[in-house]
Design a protein around this ligand. Structure first.
Ligand SMILES: *Cc1c(COP(=O)(O)O)cnc(C)c1O
Length: 239
């Protein structure tokens, strides 16, 4: 890419602002999560200096190493599928867990959070298209499981997250974003709970997601460029 990271960041902020305004929303109601997975700490520092301090990572090990090397004012969300044997390590590292995708992982988090005195904030990942290959609650199952999830008193359930099927055209995601928003509304009403966050929208479709109510957009490629096939590893050279 010819542009600098600071330029791409400011373009992104403008696009987020425009999308928000076109939907009659306040730009302040949308959080940009910079998806830094696979990218080296050098790029994270650059991003922090350019004014964006919130990062999304999808592997605990990789994130832990990067967090140590990053400015203290960087903050971190976990956006991947959390494995049960990584929960204890992960809990102190992340402000929000986007990908809570089954009752059993929620129960593991509850147990470990209780043992370790943690109160993790989480989003429930919904498999909005019912894809067999994807993690996440089926919308039709979530209704049945939500009572059990709500009884896990260590978890602060902040909202829902989804990754629609990949499609080259952003408009193809709209129906799935609508579905997630409507599910949020019906869960809020049926169970008298607040689910303020909707984590949806990535580089290719964040504007549509914002029009449909996203409060967190998770953006990697549009900010950092294409990801290399191999992830950054601690000890490896910085680029
Ligand atoms: C990698 C990733 C993203 C970022 O995708 P881009 O298309 O690079 O913006 C967003 N969300 C999740 C869950 C991811 O794993």
């Amino acid at each position: 890419m010819q542009t600098t990271l600071a330029e791409r960041l400011s373009q992104l902020w403008s696009k987020i602002e425009e999308a928000a305004k076109s939907a009659g929303r306040s730009p302040d109601s949308i959080t940009l999560l910079a998806v830094s997975k696979t990218h080296p700490p050098e790029l994270i520092r650059e991003c922090v200096h350019a004014g964006c301090t919130l990062f999304g990572e999808s592997r605990v090990q990789e994130a832990r190493a990067k967090i140590q090397e990053s400015p203290a004012r960087a903050r971190w969300h976990f956006i991947g599928h959390l494995q049960r044997n990584k929960v204890r390590q992960a809990l102190p590292l992340f402000e929000l867990f986007h990908g809570i995708d089954s009752l059993s992982i929620a129960e593991d988090i509850q147990r470990i959070a209780e043992e370790d005195g943690q109160r993790p904030a989480v989003l429930l990942e919904v498999n909005v298209a019912g894809e067999g290959s994807k993690f996440g609650f089926r919308p039709e199952n979530l209704r049945g499981e939500i009572d059990r999830i709500l009884s896990l008193d260590r978890l602060e359930i902040r909202g829902l997250m989804a990754i629609p099927p990949f499609a080259p055209k952003p408009e193809a995601s709209r129906a799935y974003f609508v579905k997630l928003r409507e599910l949020r509304e019906s869960l809020q009403n049926e169970f008298s709970i607040g689910l303020p966050e909707l984590s949806m929208g990535m580089s290719g479709d964040f504007e549509v997601a914002i029009q449909e109510g996203a409060t967190i957009v998770r953006i990697g490629t549009a900010l950092f460029g294409e990801r290399a096939s191999s992830a950054w590893r601690p000890g490896a050279p910085d680029s």
